[in-house]
Design a protein around this ligand. Structure first.
Ligand code: NAG
Ligand code: NAG
Ligand code: NAG
Ligand code: NAG
Ligand code: ZN
Length: 864
């Protein structure tokens, strides 16, 4: 019984193996990646194996030898040609294998080319996409029979990269993974797919999912697809995570992969929409109505859509892991026992799933409800039976459940406290000290800033609540955890498993606690150690990926987003789950010790805040995203420099004004004072990034134009123009029908915006039945410089000037993007000249802590 009398320090020392060991083991599990392999064939078995070296070779070729594969650029067209060659090589390999072995194997190749349009709402904005002559490269591997081709599984990756990024991880690595899976399958002796596999090398994802739309709506074999596997990346390290799984059959298939990493929790978070992200999965769901798995590399998401998304920054083992998992899925789903032919219809899963302790658990919501109900009832029984009335004097009137009420109040207060104090710290750091996002450059440092504050909140709340019997706090915690598991599962949220994983060990340990103490009224330190181990382990397993995703995300969700409070809330929420026993423990040593605890955690919190207020948010591998446009207005002939950021870290205004004073100084030599531009649907300057532009804090200043400047964008053969063809106004009917033609030689990603009451158009079947602002974005193949919309507008005497349509238009110079087009900078005109200097200057000035996206735009407004 001596342990009972140990003070807090000795007790914590006793618990330290668990407090340090559980996180250690969790981190080991989180970071486990396979050995990257180079050999194409396993030297022992002589069977083909996944080769990371080969995959990264493809990724390097695409991201460095070809480069920035932005839709519409020359590089994008080069990647298309390269991919066709790779696909044809696979086909040749296939034919050789068949000739040599007579296996039932057929590889077919398509280069799909087509045009189309789709509505693509995003961030609560209505948006339309059109595209001209975009391509996909498709390979189907089947057993060559009609039955074998009737039902197929599709695996998708995109070849293109986004505006400012070479896209090695996003998504060239997945292209390499698919190529290597094809090699291994085709060269595996005896292998023949019972059901076909369609490999879709989709060539326009970043332009808002045009490639997957094109495949889903126009490819002849699209109707045979029963399930899809989407391979994506928003980071460069770690195991790829499963974050969307839309049927039980596909979750079951996923359980066969060598290293599953996916939880119902990630699924719930993603489907809540809070990540503001979207993948080709959306097109397959919408236009093919099929189920599937959506997976992505998400670790180190700082490099997502940045210049440094390069092979050298991809962690070793990432590609090996992704490819081995994908290969197993394809083998399984193409095999005779596969669920693929049954997936002509599918049901949304009502399944709890998670990978834990080396196992992949799947159970139905029904099982979960029964399990959690039983646990709740058992816990109530246990609490009722193990309750020992306190000393005789206190006995009258204080029954077991009244004590539990007080215990529950203590736990709830502890939870509230552990949320409130970190959020106060966040507010002080951001608004009081002007040191917001001080944790940005290192994800986990956010835990150091908000963790002690969270503990302080928990302890402080217990001082306010007053003494609670330790055992009562313990049992109340159990009741709350299992109650939460029960209640959350009852409303069909599978993430209830988190409370179950925490509550179940509490229950077991409380059951055997008397063995350690000899009394049911006391809690042994051994009980703490046992009860805390699993929640801490699973808490860390949860905290790490959530922090890995959300901290870098705060660098791109806009200055108005409460980034500091978001991260403080995440740390305290998961921290509370990970250390549930903090509150009972706080009552173990009496009120004096509790107050000491408050003093200590306060001091630690203050010291940590002081340390963090000396940190800078960004460094050279965790850069600030700065968006810079050079725009030429072909209507007013003015040139402007636009500078914007997408985060709320301090210091941007200063950087912007330094850039302006350096590159766009006032003619009279005085310092230029900057004013934020209004960002709304009428700000056409940033339409190339619409609707993400809503996240930007933009500055705009005029640039001096050389008197000898001759604009290339108004020369007749090169003119950026909007015109109305087949224009028929029917004033009697109050309608105008026209074909709006946009010509944009040398420009890509054009956007038009206008106000009109559209009655009918070729973009979709149901334009809003009112006068409204419309945004239409285009992306087309290299050299395709005309697109059109047919539409019928409502015109009237009032409102729109006898049917005239005022159209704002803007496009990006195909040769005006830095650094993607460095190699042809001479052809980039005034914009590229500016960018070369500006980029060097920013790099030096910021010490490499800024990644600037630099684009030359041509814009104007015209009435048609
Ligand atoms: C390219 O697009 C145009 C316009 O949509 C279409 O008329 C033409 O047939 C397309 N070419 C190919 C090869 O798809
Ligand atoms: C999509 O598929 C599900 C079942 O597989 C079916 O219930 C639903 O009606 C389909 N939706 C459409 C629009 O075809
Ligand atoms: C271009 O100039 C015209 C005329 O001054 C103006 O109305 C329009 O808003 C400008 N467009 C952009 C994108 O700056
Ligand atoms: C210099 O020019 C700017 C506009 O370019 C003006 O706002 C400012 O007042 C001028 N300063 C002086 C000292 O004339
Ligand atoms: Zn991507």
């Amino acid at each position: 019984m001596s342990a009972r009398r140990w003070g807090p320090i000795r007790s914590l020392l006793f618990l330290s193996p668990v407090l340090l060991g559980a996180p250690y083991l969790a981190l080991q599990q989180h970071y486990a990646l396979p050995e990257p392999l180079t050999d194409l064939v396993n030297p022992q078995t002589n069977l083909p194996q996944i080769s990371e070296a080969r995959i990264l070779g493809f990724a390097k070729y695409l991201s460095e030898d070809i480069g920035y594969r932005t839709v519409g650029t020359l590089e994008h067209a080069l990647a298309d040609a390269w991919m066709v060659k790779q696909a044809e090589e696979v086909k040749r390999n296939c034919e050789e294998v068949v000739a040599a072995t007579g296996r039932k194997l057929e590889c077919e190749v398509w280069r799909q080319e087509g045009s189309g349009s789709h509505r693509f709402d995003m961030m609560n904005k209505r948006l339309y996409k059109t595209y001209v002559n975009l391509t996909n490269i498709v390979v189907r591997i089947s057993d060559g029979t009609d039955e074998g081709k009737e039902h197929a599984v599709l695996v998708n990756a995109h070849l293109d990269s986004t505006l400012p990024s070479p896209g090695a991880a996003d998504d060239a690595i997945s292209v390499g993974v698919m190529l290597d899976c094809m090699r291994v399958l085709v060269n595996t002796p005896e292998w023949s797919p019972k059901h076909a596999i369609v490999f879709l090398f989709n060539h326009a994802e970043e332009s808002l999912q045009d490639g997957s739309h094109l495949f889903s709506t126009q490819h002849p074999i699209a109707p045979t697809v029963r399930a899809i596997i989407n391979l994506e990346a928003a980071g460069t390290t770690g195991r790829e995570i499963l974050f969307q799984a839309t049927s039980e059959e596909m979750i079951e298939a996923y359980s066969h992969v060598p290293r599953p990493f996916g939880t119902v929790f990630a699924n719930d978070i993603f489907s809540s929409g809070i990540i503001l992200s979207d993948t080709d999965f959306r097109q397959f769901e919408q236009y093919l109505n099929v189920t599937g798995l959506d997976m992505a590399i998400v670790g180190n998401s700082y490099l997502y859509h940045m210049r440094k998304d390069l092979v050298e920054n991809i962690q070793a083992g990432v590609a090996q892991n992704m490819a081995e998992n994908t290969l197993e899925l394809l083998r399984y789903l193409s095999s005779p026992g596969s669920a693929i032919p049954t997936l002509t219809t599918y049901k949304r899963p009502t399944t709890v799933f998670f990978s834990y302790l080396g196992y992949f658990f799947i159970y139905s919501f029904t099982t979960a409800k029964i399990l959690y109900t039983v646990l709740l009832l058992a816990s109530i029984t246990l609490v009722g039976f193990t309750y020992v009335k306190p000393a005789a004097a206190l006995r009258n009137g204080r029954g077991v459940w009244r004590a539990q009420v007080k215990g529950v109040a203590a736990i709830v207060a502890g939870t509230v406290g552990s949320f409130v104090v970190p959020n106060v710290v966040a507010l002080i750091m951001r608004y009081g000290l002007g040191k917001g996002m001080s944790w940005f450059a290192s994800e986990y440092s956010a835990i150091a800033l908000y963790g002690p504050a969270s503990l302080l909140g928990a302890l402080l709340s217990q001082v306010l609540i007053g003494p609670v019997h330790e055992h009562t706090a313990f049992t109340a915690l159990l009741l709350l955890q299992v109650g939460a598991a029960f209640a959350v599962q009852m409303i069909n949220i599978g993430s209830a498993a988190l409370f179950f994983l925490s509550g179940f060990p509490l229950f077991l340990v409380l059951l055997i606690n008397p063995l350690f103490t000899g009394s049911v009224n006391e809690i042994s330190l051994v009980t703490y150690a046992l009860a805390q181990a699993l929640p801490l382990f699973s808490g860390v397993l949860l905290m790490v990926p959530v922090i890995e995703v959300f901290v870098p995300l705060t660098g791109r969700i806009g200055a108005d987003a409460p980034a500091d409070n978001l991260i403080a809330t995440i740390v305290s929420a998961i921290g509370t789950l990970a250390l549930p026993l903090a509150v009972p423990f706080a009552h173990r040593f009496g009120p004096r010790a509790l107050k000491h605890g408050v003093v200590w955690t306060s001091m630690i919190t203050v010291v940590v805040m002081a340390v963090f207020s000396m940190r800078v948010p960004f460094d050279d591998m965790h850069q600030k995203r700065v968006f810079i446009l050079h725009s030429e207005n072909v209507t007013s002939h003015e040139h402007h420099l636009h500078i914007a950021a997408a985060d709320g870290a301090p210091g941007f205004e200063l950087l912007a004004s330094e850039i302006v004073n350096q590159f766009a100084p006032a003619a009279n030599g005085s310092a230029v004072s900057l004013e934020l531009e209004i960002m709304d649907d009428y700000n056409s300057d940033w339409d190339p990034l619409y609707p993400f532009s809503a996240f930007l804090t933009p500055y705009k200043v005029p640039l001096a134009v050389d008197p000898g400047y001759v604009s290339p964008w108004i020369a007749p053969e090169n003119k950026f123009s909007i015109s109305a063809l087949n224009d028929v106004k029917d004033f009697a009917a109050g309608t105008r029908s026209l074909t709006l033609e946009i010509r944009h030689p040398g420009l890509i990603w054009t956007v038009i915006a206008f106000d009109a009451h559209v009655l009918k158009w070729t973009l979709d079947d149901n334009p809003p039945d009112e006068y409204a602002r419309h945004h239409v974005k285009e992306a087309s193949f290299y050299g395709k410089d005309t697109w059109t919309i047919d539409m019928t507008l409502k015109i009237g005497p009032g409102g729109d000037g006898g049917g005239a349509l005022l159209v704002n238009f803007i496009g990006l110079q195909e040769k005006g993007m830095w650094p993607g087009k460095k190699a042809v900078k001479e052809q980039g005109g005034v914009a590229m000249k500016l960018f070369e200097e500006l980029d060097r200057w920013v790099e030096e000035k910021s010490g490499g802590t800024v990644d600037a996206l630099l684009m030359g735009c041509v814009a104007g407004v015209t009435s048609v």
